[in-house]
Design a protein around this ligand. Structure first.
Ligand code: NAD
Ligand code: TYD
Length: 373
């Protein structure tokens, strides 16, 4: 739609927005229509009314504006549809809005998909990150005061632990999946831009998140959905792999603290000291779901089906987040029992959300991923 002197509707809107927010701190959050990004955007929009939050998202299968419907009318929030792989578009966006900060979460995030299609992970996670770094560098060059590029990464870059030990900030990188290799690569580029150009960057590496709005391809929402629908629970290998689970809102508060208080060039590990063997966690989900669904105890456990293991499956992740706790005073607010209860209640109460995201192409994904296991 054209408005006035050759301006598109979008340009017109942007001009109005730009006039209004000229004195506000402008923060670009990438991937804020996704799971973690939506919780970060909600926290920032509500907690910092004098910031303007731009959500740049391509709306892949994992991006869903439904996740943000409680904040999408707020005056300090703007959604921008776009692909971080398109470098020209990204540079124009930075020139247009002159962001003060970037919190970069947009990514392809699922290990199983990375095994099927690694190039997509290279494009978004590596090229997309470098496009953002280039754009930030171009508009901030020589004037880094008050600027910050925050890169959100994963503990999976550190590889796999045995039965003992933890990942620390200085643990050597040893990624095994195309997903973790692409995130490791993006982390290296972020640090290289600091060392080479002086870009003010900060990185956090977080353990597995769980909570509302997670796409049901990841363990917890997938299994809750399957339990509810009486479908098999495909446990990879023997179910003995260990993950360290953190409630998503606690990840968002950690990002807030690190964005505002962390020093440039620092890395912070984020985790909940909450390790679970997959099979034990699955049994807890089955037990709670039996209760919520009014099923006989033990009914849902019968759905457990051991299937072929994931290729290159990391045995154990465990984060030491002492640095974040000691230096910036962050700690998780929820115990796991409370977090999993809240999560299960959310999925039970948001059947419509689950139905919407599991319709269409999701069915094809599910058949393809699980048919030969
Ligand atoms: P997600 O898959 O739920 O969301 C990713 C978002 O990025 C989606 O909204 C998607 O549309 C968007 N996106 C994907 N490709 C894009 C592109 N080319 N251009 C613009 N937008 C694009 O992921 P998540 O679980 O919320 O993870 C967010 C970030 O946190 C990722 O960087 C991930 O590596 C990291 N992380 C995730 C976890 C976890 O347990 N989920 C743990 C630690 C770190
Ligand atoms: P996932 O949620 O994919 O996170 P990540 O692999 O990034 O840690 O998987 C968590 C654990 O659950 C991991 O050890 C793989 C396992 N898993 C299954 O056993 N079955 C499944 O269908 C899925 C998706 C995961």
């Amino acid at each position: 739609m054209e408005v006035g002197a050759g301006l598109s509707w979008e340009d017109h809107q942007t001009r109005i927005i730009t006039r209004k927010i000229v004195h506000m701190k402008k923060i670009l959050i990438t991937g804020a229509a996704g799971f973690i990004g939506s919780h970060v955007a909600r926290l920032f929009v509500n907690k910092y009314p004098d910031y303007h939050i731009f959500n740049l998202d391509k709306l892949t299968y994992a991006g869903n504006l439904e996740n943000l419907k409680d904040i999408d009318k707020k005056p300090n929030y703007t959604f921008v549809l776009g692909d971080i792989v398109n470098g020209e578009f990204i540079l124009d966006l930075f020139k247009k809005h002159q962001f003060d900060g970037v919190i970069h979460l947009a990514a392809e995030s699922h290990v199983d998909r990375s095994i099927e299609n690694p190039m997509e992970f290279v494009m978004t996670n590596v090229i997309g990150t470098v496009n953002l770094l280039n754009a930030a560098n171009a508009i901030w060059k020589g004037n880094y005061s008050g600027k910050r590029f925050y890169h959100v990464s994963t503990d999976e870059v550190y590889g796999s632990l045995g039965d003992e030990g933890f990942f620390y900030e200085d643990t050597a990188y040893d990624p095994h999946s195309p997903y973790s290799a692409s995130k490791a690569s993006s982390d290296h580029f972020v640090r290289a831009y600091q060392d080479t150009y002086g870009l003010p960057v900060i990185i956090s590496n977080c353990s597995n998140n769980y909570g509302p709005n997670q796409f049901p391809e990841k363990l917890i929402p997938l299994f809750l959905n399957n339990i509810r629908n009486n479908k098999p629970l495909p446990v990879y290998g023997k179910g003995e792999n260990v993950r360290d689970w953190l409630y998503v809102e606690d990840h968002a508060t950690a990002i807030d603290v690190i964005y505002h208080q962390g020093a440039n060039g620092e890395t912070f590990n984020i985790g909940g000291h909450n390790e679970w063997k997959n099979i034990d966690l699955i049994k807890v989900m089955c037990k709670v779901m039996d209760k919520k669904l009014g099923r006989e105890p033990g009914t849902s456990e019968k759905l457990i089906a051991y299937v072929t293991d994931r290729a290159g499956h990391d045995l154990r992740y465990a984060i030491d987040s002492t640095k974040l706790q000691n230096e910036l005073g962050w700690k998780p607010s929820l115990q796991f029992e409370e977090g999993i209860e809240k999560t299960i209640d959310w999925y039970m109460q948001n059947e419509e959300w689950l139905k919407n995201v599991t319709s269409g192409t999701y069915q094809k994904y599910y058949e393809k991923m699980y048919k030969d296991r």
